[in-house]
Every structure is written in C-alpha cells, then in structure tokens.
Design a binder for this molecule. Sequence first.
Ligand SMILES: Nc1ncnc2c1ncn2[C@@H]1O[C@H](COP(=O)(O)OP(=O)(O)OP(=O)(O)O)[C@@H](O)[C@H]1O
Length: 329
Amino acid sequence: MMIEARGLVRTFKTKRGPVQAVQGVDLEVADGEIVGFLGPNGAGKTTTMRMLATLIQPTAGTATVAGCDLAKDPVGVRRRIGYVPQSGSTLPEAIAGDEVVDHARLYGVPKAKAIAEGQRLFEELDLPGLWRRQCKTLSGGQRRRLDIVMGLIHDPKLIFLDEPTTGLDPQARANLWEHIRGLRDRGATIFLTTHYLDEADALCDRILVIDHGKIVASGTPENLKQQVSGDAVRLTIADTAQAPAVMKIVRELEGAVEVGTEDDVVGFRIPRGGSVLPTLLRSIDAQGIELHGVEVHRPTLDDVFLTMTGRSLRDEDANPTEEKKEAAA
Ligand SMILES: Nc1ncnc2c1ncn2[C@@H]1O[C@H](COP(=O)(O)OP(=O)(O)OP(=O)(O)O)[C@@H](O)[C@H]1O
C-alpha cells in the first residue's frame, strides 16, 4: 500500500472559532494507482493532501505514506514523495532549467545528475527547447508541466498533484492527462485532487469523494456510477395535460424510481433504460398520447455526487473560498 491513512483530522483555529477542515478520513492508495480526490471547494482536499505530504500536521490520526510513518518519519516520507501545489512553485523571472536544478539540489541530487535528469524530464513532459526559457514566457500548460518536472526531479515513488489542470484549456488538460498516465506507466503512484468530474472519470483508476471533511464515496468511476440507481429517462410530451397519465404508466414499470414532472417533461430513473423503452412507448402510444422526444442518459459522476451529497458539484463555488480567505486572515 502506498498510502494508508486512519482517522485523519485537521482543525484550524480561526478568529471565528475552530474550522474542522478534515473530520476523520480513512483512505488507502495501492502502488501504481492513479487516485482522484474529488470534492467541492472547501471540502478538505488540499488539507488532506498537505497532511499526507508532511506540510501540515494532523490534529489526530495516523498514516503510512510511501512506506514511512507520517508522524515518526516525516523526513523519510518527504524524500520519497513529490508534491506539486495548486499554485505551482516557479518564479516568473527565473530560468526554467535553473529552477529545476535548484529544486533538485534541495533534495541532495548532484548538479550534473540534476541537469541530465531535468533535461530528460523536459523531453518526457513535452517541453523541448525550453530549458533556458524564463518561466513567465511559458504557456499555462507548459508551466504546469514544468511544475510537474519539479515534483519529479528526485524520482519519487508517489506524486501528489493538487488540481493539476485547473486553468488549462481543454487541449492542454487532455495533454497533461496523457503525461500523468505516462508517469503511472513507468511505475509511479499518483494522488491528485480535482474539481472536474470528467477529469476524474477519464484519468483515475479510483475516485474518493470528499464533502465537508469526510469521505462520502469511493470506487472506480464505473462502480460509482453503478451506485446511482439506473439510467435517467426523459419523455417530452406534446400536451402537458397528459403528464399525469404518462406518470401513471411509468410508475407501473418495474424498477422505476424518482418519477417526476417538470413543464412538458416526465423524468425517472430505471436500470437498463434502453431496454424498457419499446414497451413503455407502446403503452404510451396505446393511450393516444403523443411524445415530442425521448432521451436516455447513463448516470454520470455528477449524478453520483448529487446522490451522495444532495448537491451538484458544479454549483459549488465562490462562498467557501471567501470563507477561506477570511479564515486565513
Ligand atoms: N490555514 C487555514 N486556516 C483556516 N482555515 C483553513 C485553512 N486552510 C483551509 N481552511 C479551511 O478548511 C476547509 C477545507 O479547505 P481545503 O483547502 O482543504 O479544501 P479544498 O477541498 O482543497 O478546497 P478547494 O477546492 O477550494 O481547494 C475550508 O473550510 C477552509 O476554509
């Protein structure tokens, strides 16, 4: 096991009283996995990751990270991990290659080795010819890949990435996903935080969902989706007066749940939505009811999040960040 954490708690003291950022997190990450830590702003993702990366101390709980005990051997943990913070760590005026070499030397990597390894990583992460460039002249995607080079320069077994693709355009994100998969393919274990459900879905072997400082779900993207009760079906009816009749037919279907209506749409969830449609449409037609449209959606991770927390991940924004600023002040 690359990470094994039990009962991690972190409370921050603030002027307004204690903030319980992380409230008893248990988690496990196996060797060679890409695990995504998903949750809305302020859920406790960064705080958990910073504890695991030895940057802040847990208020309570224990963890083994990369084979070392977090409390007893934080130096051992630090030597074996790479941590790429949300904001990156390069100075705008600095030369990219110099930043990498300086960073490597902090870990005791000899200069010649740091240059050779740094330049190899520049090739691997698609930064050719940028070794002597000022950091501020790099594109957002290039700068993020440079951050990752810095996190990799001492050849860590475990890499923490805090929101690696926030602020990147879709193409740069997809490109970074490829690189992250490449790191895993050569034996690294990756633990990343993200707000993006599509990112977690596309990139991660396993997902942990955190909300209000607690893990509320975990599993592969597929088995998380299976936890949501079936496909979503939407029937658009020509005459809204017939909605009650359509709902009555739907309720008779075995396994139909969450039957509801909004304007001219009757919606519900049902396992294997596609296969119940022919029968359903025949029954509706037999009663002379006209439909304008039929849609079937496979559940998404957003549905999972909604089911687990009662809220949509996408709706969460602004406020918790404001709170954080205040709390930090
Ligand atoms: N240094 C701090 N002092 C006080 N409160 C803090 C501090 N750091 C984090 N918090 C609070 O702890 C909670 C969890 O914050 P954290 O940064 O871990 O969340 P997050 O899930 O990473 O959010 P985001 O997606 O916005 O980065 C928030 O309520 C935040 O305001």
